[in-house]
Design a protein around this ligand. Structure first.
Ligand SMILES: [Zn+2]
Length: 180
């Protein structure tokens, strides 16, 4: 990964969204480019008005991630993936030739709000929405299980566990008189 100049298309997309929104406080875009990873990830730093993109090699994914972050900028506020946000994102997608399919694959598998807004707009049917929400739930469940396994395995965690009883005894109010 290395910092590289933000691509011209990204500046164009940013100006385009700003124009659509009638906003002139354009975000600064910082661009960290990988030459091995496929997918991208992004981050909108609300207070500094900066969009940071960790770009993978796939252009379509770079574009989707940038548009997602531009939707955050357009809506304003700090990392909300609420209804308002997904209304904005689904408004922007067709204007930038991003297919429902692609948006669903990226954000529909993470955010239920993405699925619900797509359903509301008739972009997907109820069967598809149910399947997407079930798929999302399965992904989250697998993630929870992995995290639980990691917690069990982590040597640091077991050390901390061994260490806690001391703190716990000190921190807890006396239980005298409460015992059965
Ligand atoms: Zn987001």
């Amino acid at each position: 990964m290395a910092y590289s100049p933000t691509p011209e298309w990204a500046h164009q997309w940013t100006r385009h969204v700003a124009q659509l929104e009638g906003k002139d406080n354009l975000p600064t875009i910082t661009w960290l480019q990988s030459n091995s990873r496929r997918g991208s990830s992004g981050h909108f730093k609300y207070k500094r008005n900066v969009i940071h993109i960790s770009a993978g090699v796939d252009l379509a994914d770079q574009q989707y991630v940038l548009l997602h972050e531009l939707a955050h900028w357009a809506v304003g506020g700090h990392y909300h993936h609420n209804r308002l946000f997904f209304q904005k994102l689904w408004d922007l997608c067709p204007l930038f030739d991003i297919s429902t399919e692609y948006a669903m694959r990226r954000d529909g598998s993470i955010y239920s709000g993405c699925v619900r807004e797509a359903l509301k707009r008739g972009l997907i049917d109820p069967v598809r929405a149910d399947a997407a929400l079930a798929h999302r739930e399965a992904i989250l469940e697998a993630r929870r299980k992995r995290a639980a396994r990691r917690r069990r395995k982590s040597p640091l965690q077991s050390l901390l566990k061994k260490a806690t009883p001391v703190g716990r005894v000190n921190a807890q109010p006396s239980s005298r008189g409460n015992s059965k």
